[in-house]
Write a protein that binds this ligand. Structure first.
Ligand code: C2E
Ligand code: CA
Ligand code: CA
Ligand code: CA
Length: 275
C-alpha cells in the first residue's frame, strides 16, 4: 500500500494503526490464553477408505478465547511462531492430546502437526520422547505431520530429526504434499512413512474429469516412493467414490464430520466399542 503514493498515506496510516493495535491485542491474548489454558485440542477422524474403519485422529489446535470465541489455528499459529510462543503452545496441546488418546483403543493413532520452528530445535525428537515417557504413551501410536514447505530450510536437520523420531517408533507423514514444490529426489532422500495429499488437489475431484488427473499423479508418486497415502478434504460421497477408485487410501474430511472436542471423540469411540 505504501508504494501507491503520498496521497494514500492518509488512508494507510489509520488502518495500519488499527491493525497494529489488533495484532498487539492478539499477541497479548495468546500469552494470556497460554497461562489460562485456553488452547485445546480438537480432533478430526482418519478413516481407512477401503473398510470405512476409523483408524486414528489428527489433533487440530483451537483457541477458546473469552473475547473472540473459538479461534482457528490459521490465526494463532503464525503469531505464536513469531512471538516465540509456539514451543510452549505445542507442548501444552501435546500433553492434553496424549492424555486424551491414552483413553482410546490402542489401535487408534494420534497425528500431531509440528511447526517448522519446532523442527529447527536439534532436541525436538528427544524432548518429544521424554514427553511420551512422562505420559506413558506408546511411540507406535503417534504420528508426526511435517508440511512439505518446512523442508525448505535446514534439510539436514529435518532429516536427522525424522530419523530420530522413526528410530523411536514414531511415524512421520509428509503433510500438504503437492504444495511445496519438492523434487522427487529430495523426497526420496527423506524417510517418511506416509504422504498426505493436500485438500486443494482433492477438491478438484468434485469437477470430475480433469481434476482427477492431478490426484492420480500424486497417488502414483506415492507408489513410486513406496509410501501409503492419505487424502484430506473429503467433503462428499462423490469425492470419496472417486478416491476409492484411485487406490487403497486413508482419508479424512468433513464428509466424516467436523473436527470435534475430546468429549465427542469419547462418545464416538464408545459407540464403536473402541474405548
Ligand atoms: P492441516 O494440517 O492441513 O489440517 C487440515 C485442515 O483442513 C484443518 O483446518 C481441518 O479442519 C480442515 N479440513 C478438514 N477436512 C476438511 C474438509 O473436508 N474441507 C475443508 N474445507 N477443510 C477441511 P484447521 O483446523 O483450521 O487447521 C489449519 C492448519 O493449522 C492445519 O492444516 C495445520 O497446518 C495447522 N495446525 C493445526 N493445529 C496445529 C498444531 O497443533 N500445531 C501446528 N504447528 N499447526 C497446527
Ligand atoms: Ca496436518
Ligand atoms: Ca494437510
Ligand atoms: Ca494445510
Amino acid at each position: 500500500a505504501k508504494k501507491q503514493g503520498k496521497n494514500r498515506l492518509f488512508w494507510f496510516e489509520p488502518s495500519m494503526e488499527f491493525e497494529l493495535k489488533f495484532r498487539g491485542e492478539l499477541e497479548a491474548g495468546i500469552r494470556r490464553g497460554l497461562k489460562n489454558g485456553e488452547f485445546i485440542p480438537y480432533y478430526e477422524q482418519q478413516i481407512d477408505l477401503d473398510t470405512g474403519e476409523l483408524v486414528g485422529f489428527e489433533m487440530l489446535a483451537r483457541w477458546q478465547s473469552p473475547e473472540l470465541g473459538l479461534v482457528g489455528p490459521d490465526i494463532f499459529i503464525p503469531i505464536s511462531e513469531e512471538i516465540g510462543a509456539i514451543e510452549e503452545l505445542s507442548r501444552k496441546l501435546m500433553i492434553q492430546a496424549l492424555e486424551h488418546a491414552k483413553m482410546w483403543h490402542p489401535r487408534i493413532t494420534l497425528s500431531v502437526n509440528v511447526s517448522p520452528i519446532q523442527l529447527r530445535d536439534p532436541w525436538f525428537a528427544q524432548k518429544l520422547l521424554k514427553l511420551l515417557v512422562e505420559h506413558n504413551f506408546p511411540a507406535s501410536r503417534l504420528e508426526i505431520e511435517i508440511t512439505e514447505s518446512s523442508l525448505h530450510e535446514n534439510i539436514g536437520m529435518v532429516r536427522s530429526t525424522i530419523t530420530s523420531l522413526r528410530n523411536q517408533g514414531i511415524r512421520v507423514s509428509l503433510d500438504d504434499f503437492g504444495t511445496g514444490y519438492s523434487s522427487l529426489a529430495q523426497l526420496r532422500s527423506l524417510p517418511f512413512d506416509r504422504l498426505k495429499i493436500d485438500r486443494s488437489f482433492v477438491r478438484e475431484l468434485k469437477h470430475s474429469g480433469a481434476g482427477g488427473k492431478l490426484v492420480s499423479a500424486i497417488i502414483s508418486m506415492g507408489a513410486d516412493l513406496e509410501l501409503p497415502v492419505t487424502a484430506e478434504g473429503i467433503e462428499n460421497d462423490f469425492i470419496l467414490a472417486s478416491l476409492r477408485k484411485l487406490g487403497r487410501l486413508k482419508g479424512q474430511g468433513y464428509h466424516y464430520g467436523r473436527p470435534e472436542p475430546a468429549e465427542q471423540v469419547t462418545k464416538r469411540l464408545a459407540d464403536l466399542n473402541m474405548l
